[in-house]
Structure formats: C-alpha cells, structure tokens
Design a protein around this ligand. Structure first.
Ligand SMILES: [Zn+2]
Length: 216
C-alpha cells in the first residue's frame, strides 16, 4: 500500500503537536501508519517542536499548568503513538474502537440505497465525530460541499473524483470550500473512515445521503 493522497500540512502539524481532535487523530494515525511520507513529515514536525521548546528555555509554570499539560499529552498519546503498520486489515488506531475485527460483520445502518453507515464510539470527552461509510460498487454521490473540516480515509475499495483515484490508504483532507462528487469503482463496495468536525454536521450528511443516488 503506497498512498497517493495525503494529509495536508496543517493536519500533520496539529497531529505532531497532539492538538488534533480525537476523531481526526484516529484517521491521521491510520494514514500515518501506512504512509512513509507523512510519517517522515510528522517526525520532522516533532523534531522542530522539540527544538522550539529547547530554544524557549526553561520557564517556571504553575503545578496546575504542568499537570494539565501532562494529562493532555497522555490523552493525545492514546491515538498518536501506535503508528506501526497494522497486522490485521483494520488500522491499529481504529481496531480498539470497533466491536468486531471484520468490517463486514459491523451492524451497518442503511441510509439510502447502496449507502450504509456505522458510528464509531469515541470517549464522551472526545472532540469531533468518527463514522464508517460504505458506498456500493458503481455508486455516485451528487456533487456536494462540506460544512466544515472533514478527513476521509479509504479502508477498502476505491472511488474517483476530480482529484483522482482514492484507494486503500489514501486520505481526502478537505476543507469546507472543496466540492466533490465521488464515484465508487465497479468491482467492490468502498468503505471509508470519516472524521468530521461537529456532531451537527452529521445531520446535514444524513440529509445529503438521502438525496437520490445515481448508479453508473
Ligand atoms: Zn501520506
């Protein structure tokens, strides 16, 4: 697996700094685990962060600030640290969040003809929302924009849009201005892991999914 579509620089920096929302961190970790280019970029950003800290010198901080910082580092580490290539077909960052080890065995909820979703449960304190999306072979989505930040990683199958072909390991790191119209390839369903910024966005996604789908 050699991904052709990558996390953008701001996502990589936030991931390296441990400031990415949890839902996005799971997708970023899943991609970084299979992408040497992004892994190197994260290492470079971490090294740069270390140098900046060194250059800033030591500074007295309150005990409260110190313990909060360490607590948030620990939280960030939950998703960031396991970056080795996964042994099962599931990304290592995702596997512990699912009740089964086989994507086909998930209790998928049908949202529209050829479209099913599975909500991935994150800790109550987690920011962002994570969902698996399965779109049937040969299906096309109507062109749509995004109401906020969204990162999608293809886990299985492939789709094509104006930016190219997205296959297993590829990520679409989209901001709200980008509009696209993914079309799933004919040979098998496409399963994607999607992190979105706000829970309310899912209402709009659900509404969008109910729009008529066009088989090609
Ligand atoms: Zn990459």
């Amino acid at each position: 697996m050699k991904p052709n579509h990558h996390l953008d620089d701001s996502t990589l920096l936030a991931y390296a700094a441990g400031t990415l929302d949890e839902a996005f961190s799971v997708v970023a970790a899943a991609h970084v685990a299979v992408c040497p280019a992004c892994r190197n970029a994260v290492r470079a950003a971490e090294a740069l962060g270390g140098e900046l800290l060194d250059a800033a010198g030591s500074m007295a901080v309150s005990e409260d600030c110190r313990s909060k910082t360490f607590a948030s580092l620990e939280q960030a580490g939950l998703y960031r640290l396991p970056v080795a290539a996964p042994r099962s077909s599931l990304p290592r960052a995702l596997a512990p969040l699912l009740p089964v080890t086989d994507l086909d065995a998930l209790s998928w909820k049908k949202k529209a003809p050829g479209v099913a979703v599975f909500d991935v449960k994150l800790p109550a304190s987690a920011k962002g929302q994570l969902r698996l999306l399965r779109i049937g072979a040969g299906r096309a989505m109507p062109e749509h924009g995004h109401g906020g930040e969204e990162i999608t990683m293809v886990l299985k199958g492939a789709y094509i849009d104006h930016m190219g072909r997205f296959a297993a390991g590829d990520v679409a790191d989209l901001d709200e201005e980008i509009e696209h119209r993914p079309v799933v390839e004919q040979d098998c369903d496409c399963i994607c892991l999607v992190a979105t910024e706000r829970p309310t966005r899912f209402k709009s996604i659900a509404a969008r999914l109910m729009q008529p789908f066009v088989g090609i």
